[in-house]
Design a protein around this ligand. Structure first.
Ligand code: FEO
Length: 175
């Protein structure tokens, strides 16, 4: 059974994950409008991953006998000055999400809620990967700065991204 405080915090994270998906969908639209379909595809895939993250929280809350409570989702920004600026925004956003996950872990430890703590460890690891992935793209974008054509080569690379729903069988695979 979840405490009331934990139930509220997990529902808050569910909304935050859905916002992340909304933000990346907005970035997908931005990259499409910049004629960078590979970057747009990368963002669309990340949007799917965020929805999957949100559904993991949804399923976990229910599995612990909690009640889902959906919150409003803020309007994301719609424009960026460059691909580099957009990815710097991705990194800043993911760092914020990392802090939110760490706050949840702290709460689980405080409440001696080992089940929730164990569930959250997947997200702790995932955030390390997400920050690394954003940092890598930023590094690549900085490398091609000022090199005409470089961004289009990167766009091709970004377009090769594939959606990997992990782990199979749960988290948003249904409905
Ligand atoms: Fe669900 Fe990008 O963190």
């Amino acid at each position: 059974m979840l405490s009331e405080r934990m139930e509220k915090a997990l529902n808050g994270q569910l909304a935050a994950e859905l916002y992340s998906g909304y933000l990346y969908l907005s970035m997908a639209a931005y990259f499409s409008s910049e004629n960078l379909p590979g970057f747009a595809r990368w963002m669309r895939i990340h949007r799917l991953e965020e929805i999957t993250h949100g559904m993991k929280f949804y399923d976990f809350i229910e599995s612990r006998g909690g009640r889902i409570s959906l919150a409003g989702i803020d309007m994301p920004p719609g424009d960026w000055e460059s691909a580099l600026q957009a990815f710097e925004a991705v990194l800043a956003h993911e760092r914020k999400v990392t802090l939110m996950i760490h706050d949840l872990v702290d709460l689980a430890i405080e409440e001696k809620d080992h089940g929730t703590n164990s569930f959250l460890q997947w997200f702790v690891d995932e955030q390390v990967e997400e920050e690394e992935s954003a940092r890598n793209v930023i590094q690549n974008l900085k490398r091609v700065e000022g090199a005409p054509g470089g961004i289009y080569m990167l766009d091709k690379e970004m377009g090769a991204a594939v959606f990997n729903p992990q782990p199979a069988g749960i988290a948003g695979g249904v409905g």
